[in-house]
Write a protein that binds this ligand. Structure first.
Ligand SMILES: Cc1cc2nc3c(=O)[nH]c(=O)nc-3n(C[C@H](O)[C@H](O)[C@H](O)COP(=O)(O)O)c2cc1C
Length: 403
C-alpha cells in the first residue's frame, strides 16, 4: 500500500530515539501522507512539540488540558477516528505494557485504546529492557491482538554499547510499514471459520462428541486475521485457547451451529468449515440423568443431521466455500466425490487414521482439491503452515471472482 493520501496518527513516547521521529515525519510528508502527531508528557522532554507541529503541518496533541483549551473536547476519540493507521514511534516499554493491557491513563494511551484500525509499534529501548520477560510477554500480546510490532535493530545504544533495542532508521521503518500493509492480501475480506467438535446431548450430563481439538480451524482463523481479514470464528468444543484477534461465537450442538451459520453466512465472503460436525443427534435426549442400573440396556435412537456443506453449497452465490474431509480410507477418492457432490470450491482432505496428523495433533498433511484441478499435495507440516497453504488458495479464488 502506498501511504499517499493516508491519514496517519503518529504517537511519540518518551524514549531517547524520539529525535529520529522528526526525520520520520518528514518522510511521511514527502510520501504525501497527512500526518497528525500526539506526544506523551515524557516525549515532550526529548523533542519539542513545536518541531513536530512544524514538520507535520498540524497542531500537536500533548495532553487533555491543552486540547480542551483549543475546544477539542474529546481529542483522543477524534484523532482515533480520523486516522487510517496509527504508528507508535518510538514505543517505550511503558506504552507497550499499557497497550497490551488496555490501560488508558493519558491522551496517547486513550487514543490508542480507542483505535480499531491498523496499529504499528516501533519499540526502542535499552537491551535489558527489551529482553525483560514482562516486555516480551506484552509484545507477544500485541502481536496476538493483531498489532504490527517491528523488531528493534541491534547496534550502538544511547548507553554507549551495542545491543538489541535500537530504533531502526526512519527509512527502514517506512519500508516496513509499507511492506506490512502490502502483505495483507485478505484485507477487506470477511471470513467465517468453524472449528472444534459439536456435542449432541444424551441427557443433561452426557453427550456424544468427537476427538476434534479445534487446532486446524483456530490456525485458519488466526492466520486469516493476520492477513488482514475480518474473521468470525464459530467454535464448538476445543482443547486449545481461542484467538483474541477474531470475533468468537461459541456453540455446542449441531442445531446451534446450523443457526449461527445461517445467520453469519450471508454477510461473509468466505466460509471455511473446519469444525467436526456430528452426523447424528439423539432423537429424544432425556430431560433427567439416565440412571445406571445393573443389567439395564440403554438404547439411543440417532437421527441423521442434514449436511451443512451441501445446504450452503446450494445456497451460496458469491462466497468461496471450503470444506474438510476427514477420511480413514480412500482419501482422494472420497474427497473428490465430496467436491462434486456438494458444490464447494475447495475440499481439504486429511487422513485421520494416522496418529501423527489430524485430530488433536499439532501437525497435518493431506490434499487441497478444487474442481477441474490436479489435487495439491501438502506433506506433513504444522497446522499454522497448513492453514497458510489453504488461505493462499482461497486468496487466488477470491481474486479470480473479482475478475
Ligand atoms: C534519558 C532517558 C532515556 C529514556 N529512554 C527510554 C527508551 O529508549 N525506551 C524506553 O522504553 N524508556 C526510556 N526511558 C524511560 C521512559 O521515559 C519512562 O518509562 C517514561 O515513563 C515513559 O513514558 P511514556 O511511555 O508515557 O512516554 C528513558 C528515560 C530517560 C530519563
Amino acid at each position: 500500500m502506498t501511504l499517499k493520501g493516508k491519514k496517519i496518527a503518529v504517537y511519540v513516547t518518551g524514549g531517547i530515539a524520539s529525535y529520529k521521529v522528526a526525520s520520520f515525519v518528514r518522510l511521511l510528508i514527502k510520501a504525501k501522507a497527512e500526518v497528525r502527531v500526539a506526544m506523551t508528557a515524557a516525549a515532550t522532554s526529548f523533542i519539542s512539540p513545536l518541531t513536530m507541529a512544524t514538520l507535520s503541518k498540524n497542531p500537536v496533541l500533548t495532553n487533555f488540558d491543552d486540547a480542551e483549551q483549543r475546544g477539542e473536547f474529546i481529542p483522543h476519540i477524534e484523532i482515533a477516528r480520523w486516522a487510517d493507521l496509527s504508528i507508535v514511534i518510538p514505543a517505550t516499554a511503558n506504552i507497550i505494557g499499557k497497550m497490551a493491557n488496555g490501560i488508558a491513563d493519558d491522551l496517547v494511551s486513550s487514543a490508542l485504546t480507542a483505535t480499531a484500525k491498523d496499529k504499528f509499534v516501533v519499540p526502542a529501548m535499552n537491551d535489558e529492557m527489551w529482553a525483560n520477560p514482562a516486555v516480551q510477554r506484552n509484545v507477544h500480546q500485541l502481536k496476538t491482538d493483531g498489532i504490527h510490532v517491528m523488531e528493534p535493530a541491534t547496534g550502538f545504544l544511547a548507553e554507549g554499547y551495542a545491543g538489541k533495542g535500537r530504533m531502526p532508521e526512519p527509512q527502514a521503518v517506512l519500508e516496513w510499514i509499507e511492506k506490512q500493509t502490502n502483505d495483507q492480501p485478505l484485507r477487506g475480506i470477511k471470513v467465517l471459520v468453524t472449528a472444534g467438535g459439536t456435542q449432541e446431548p444424551i441427557d443433561p450430563v452426557r453427550f456424544i462428541g468427537n476427538r476434534s481439538s479445534g487446532k486446524m480451524g483456530i490456525a485458519l482463523a488466526e492466520n486469516a486475521a493476520l492477513q488482514g481479514a475480518d474473521v468470525t470464528l464459530i467454535a464448538g468444543m476445543v482443547t486449545v485457547d481461542l484467538p483474541t484477534n477474531v470475533n468468537v461465537i461459541r456453540i455446542q450442538t449441531f442445531a446451534d451451529l446450523q443457526t449461527k451459520l445461517m445467520e453469519e453466512f450471508p454477510q461473509n465472503d468466505v466460509l471455511i468449515m473446519a469444525a467436526a460436525v456430528s452426523d447424528y443427534h439423539v432423537e429424544r435426549p432425556d430431560d433427567q440423568k439416565i440412571k445406571a442400573n445393573a443389567n439395564q440396556q440403554v438404547q439411543l435412537t440417532l437421527k441423521r443431521n442434514p449436511n451443512l456443506l451441501r445446504m450452503l453449497g446450494n445456497q451460496k452465490h458469491r462466497q468461496v466455500l471450503v470444506g474438510f474431509a476427514a477420511e480413514t480410507d480412500h482419501l482422494l477418492q472420497n474427497a473428490t466425490a465430496e467436491l462434486e457432490d456438494k458444490k464447494v470450491d475447495m475440499i481439504v482432505a486429511n487422513d485421520v487414521s494416522r496418529s501423527d496428523i489430524g485430530f488433536g495433533s499439532d501437525q497435518n498433511a493431506g490434499y487441497i482439491l478444487q474442481p477441474h484441478q490436479e489435487p495439491i499435495k501438502v506433506s506433513k507440516v504444522s497446522k499454522p503452515v497448513f492453514a497458510q497453504r489453504i488461505l493462499n488458495e482461497v486468496e487466488k479464488l477470491i481474486r479470480k471472482e473479482e475478475g
